[in-house]
Design a protein around this ligand. Structure first.
Ligand SMILES: Cc1ncc(COP(=O)(O)O)c(C=O)c1O
Length: 417
């Protein structure tokens, strides 16, 4: 029997009973159709999708090129396994090599699997260099996924609680403290894993000079620099990959989310020097890089490039950011605007749930992050009219949030009297 969350309306079951594990706090909305930046629920209500499948739906919904690539490939060959050559996988890898500057790619099905591949690669690389217990350094506030290795890399008790023991060999350092990293490297340290902008951690950007300092330590200490581009990649932040704008030259990059426009695909890219670390049989995936997923990835990569969506994310993102800054000036409940490109968010004076529900009721979908951040991760195809529509809805919902803030301040003043 499930207990409804406090304050959450119960939605009648649309058939299918109650047989799902209750691991998600789902909004009481069943989305059944999408087109461009919009989705519709099963009652015909339309929503502007600034949740974007948590940064996966880069092309929006029902993008004709992605739809026909998936449909054509499904009719031809969905899956064969990596026991055989998959020409489409080679083509996607070649395209990613051009875009990233990396040389070799491994395909999997999700972000956390991409992290696991990076962890295994770093550990093997360490063992091959005589390190008996290789250690990977990550940063407080990071998020790299929910499988056990990724959880250990994430190191946040909020996600890890109850799943101990986590694998050893990870240490989290303070974010944005370059000095802490320089002093933390030991003979066992083999790699540093980071997000250029911490997404789930609340859109926390690196302080000026921090990432360069991390890269310098990696170079001087001979550590692998591994960048998690699962959320920031595929044009989201206004460059193909966020590390490019940050001037980093990573040894390992992980991708997922937007890589195939919502079809599940993950990937790890590495430099040529690391190509031999994971020998045949040392790692693999039944579904990873299958023809259906690769057709979707190729179509997505072509559409992003062909439609100029990276530039668009930068330009439209700048306009959205401007609008958010203007709202911040008018609404005391909006404390700070964060992020870059179309990976934007607002830090609130309250937990994000109430504002997210108020936005949804007005037809705008958004995503929570950390304790008090609301993220906007719309498809990269949005334009000025969607930006304006979203800002108008946000303005109304923020007026309510201002009211809650004023009431709680008045109550606190009353209590303190
Ligand atoms: C930066 C980052 N890495 C890894 C992951 C895990 O990806 P997935 O949920 O596809 O396993 C996420 C998911 O939010 C992420 O934001």
């Amino acid at each position: 029997m499930s207990v409804p969350e406090a304050g959450k309306e119960e939605r009648p079951q649309a058939g299918g009973g109650d047989h799902l594990l209750p691991v998600y706090n789902r909004a009481p909305v069943a989305l059944v159709r999408g087109e461009g930046a919009y989705v519709w629920d099963d009652e015909g209500r339309r929503y502007l999708d600034f949740a974007g499948g948590i940064a996966a739906s880069v092309l929006g919904h029902a993008h004709p090129a992605l739809v026909s690539a998936v449909a054509d490939q499904a009719a031809r060959l969905i899956h064969v396994s990596n026991l055989y050559e998959i020409p489409l996988q080679r083509r996607v890898a070649e395209r990613l090599a051009e875009l990233t500057g990396l040389d070799r790619f491994f395909f999997c099905n999700s972000g956390t699997e991409a992290t696991e591949a990076a962890i295994k690669l770093a550990r093997r690389w360490g063992h091959q260099r005589g390190v008996a217990e290789p250690e990977i350094l990550t940063f407080e506030g990071c998020f790299h996924g929910r499988t056990l290795g990724s959880l250990a890399a994430t190191g946040n008790p909020h996600y890890a609680e109850g799943f101990e023991p986590l694998p050893a060999g990870f240490r989290q350092l303070p974010w944005n403290e370059a000095g802490a990293l320089a002093g933390a490297v030991t003979p066992s340290t083999v790699a540093v894993l980071l997000e250029v902008i911490q997404g789930e951690g609340g859109l926390r950007e690196a302080a000026p000079g921090f990432l360069e300092a991390v890269q310098a330590v990696c170079r001087s200490e001979g550590l692998l620099l591994m960048v998690d581009e699962v959320q920031t990649g595929m044009g989201r932040t206004g460059s193909w990959f966020a590390y490019q704008a940050a001037g980093l030259e990573p040894d390992v990059v992980t991708l997922a989310k937007g890589l195939a426009g919502g079809v599940p695909v993950g990937a790890m890219g590495v430099r040529e020097e690391l190509a031999g670390v994971l020998a045949p049989g040392s790692h693999g995936s039944t579904f990873g890089g299958n023809p259906l997923a690769m057709a979707a990835a190729l179509a997505t990569l072509e559409a992003i490039a062909g439609q100029g969506l990276v530039e668009r994310a930068r330009e439209v993102g700048a306009r959205l950011r401007e609008g958010l800054e203007a709202l911040a000036a008018r609404h005391p409940s909006l404390l700070e605007v964060r992020g870059r490109g179309l990976m934007l968010g607002i830090r609130l004076a309250e937990p994000p749930a109430a504002l997210i529900a108020a936005l949804r009721e007005r037809g705008l979908l958004a995503v929570a992050a950390a304790e008090n951040v609301v993220r906007f991760l719309p498809p990269l195809v949005i334009g000025q009219s969607e930006v304006e529509a979203a800002l108008a809805i946000l303005e109304e919902a923020l007026a309510e949030a201002d009211g809650r803030l004023a009431a709680s301040r008045a109550a606190a003043a009353e209590a303190g009297r």
